[in-house]
Ligand binder design. Sequence first.
Ligand code: SAM
Length: 311
Amino acid sequence: MSQDEAVISTNDDATACKRFAVQLGYWSDGYIQHFAKLGERKTPEINRGYYARVKGMHTLLDQFLAKTECNCQVVNLGAGFDSLFWLLKEESLAPKLFVEVDFASVTGRNCLLLRNRRKLQEAFSPDDGLKIEGSEAHSKHYHLLAVDLREVDTLERKLKEIGIDKSLPTVFITECVLIYMEPEHSAAIINWAGTNFKNAVFINYEQVNMQDRFGQVMIQNLRGRNCELLGANACPDLESHKQRFLSNNWDEAEVLDMMSIYNSLPIDDRARIERIEFLDEVDLLHQLLSHYCISWAVNDASQLGLSSISF
Ligand code: SAM
C-alpha cells in the first residue's frame, strides 16, 4: 500500500467509527449510514473520543454560522465521507456555498454514493442543478472537488472556477487531515487561506503530544498502515498548533486539548453519553484525549465578532 493509499484509508476508519458511535446513540446523524456499513465494535473510549470530536467541531462551527447568519462559505478540506453538508441542510443552516475537497479516489467513491443514495440526493432541489461528473459533483450551493491538498495552486484554481468569494465570511475545516501532510504542505494551506480570506475562521482537529509513550503507541498503530511520517508531521505541543496559524497570516489563534473540550461540553449531554457504555478505565480516555486537540484561527477584518467564537 502506498503512503497516499494509507492516508486515503483513514477516511474509512473515521466514517466507520462515527457510524458505530451514532448507532449506539452518542449523537444523531441520519446520513452517516449511507456512507459506511456498520463495522466492528469500537471501545467506549474511542466512542467518547469521537463524540468529543464531533461535538467540539460543531460547537465552533455553529457559532460561526450564527455570527454570519449563514451568509457564508464552508470549505471542508480532506472531507472524506463527512455528512456535515446534509446535517446543515436538515437544520436549515446551509451556507451560501459548501465545498468538500479530497483525493480523487475518495471524491470518486463519494460521487458513486451521491448517485446511488436517494436520501443524499433529496437535499438537492431541481433548481440546485446537481451534476455528478467523474470524481466531482457540482450544484448551485454544493461542490465536491478532487484535489490533492498539497497542490495549493490547483486548490485555488478549482475554488475560483466554482466562484468562491474571498470577501464572504468563510470557515475552513480540517478534521484529522493536516497530520497526514508534511509540515510545509499543511503550513502552505493555512498560509493560503489566511492570506486570501480576511473574514474567516479555520477549525482544525488533529493529534498533538505524540512524543510520549502513549503517542508513540498511536504512531506504531498507524505505521502498520504505512504512515511513517505521522510522528514527524505532528505539532509537538499545543503552543505549536497556535503558532502554526499565527506565523501563517492568521491574526488570532486558540487551541485546547480534547480532554478540556470534553469537559466543556454541556454537562447533561456528557452525563447522557457516559450512561451509554460503562468505561472501566477512565485513565484511558484521559490519555487518548490528551493526544488530540482542536485549534482554531480567526481573521476578522470586518469585525463580525468572529474573535469571540470559543468553547
Ligand atoms: N475529515 C473527515 C472526517 O473527519 O471524518 C475525514 C478524515 S480522514 C482521517 C483524512 C482525510 O483526509 C481522508 O479522506 C484523506 O483522503 C484526506 N486527505 C489527506 N491528505 C490529503 C491530501 N493531500 N489531499 C486531499 N485529501 C487528503
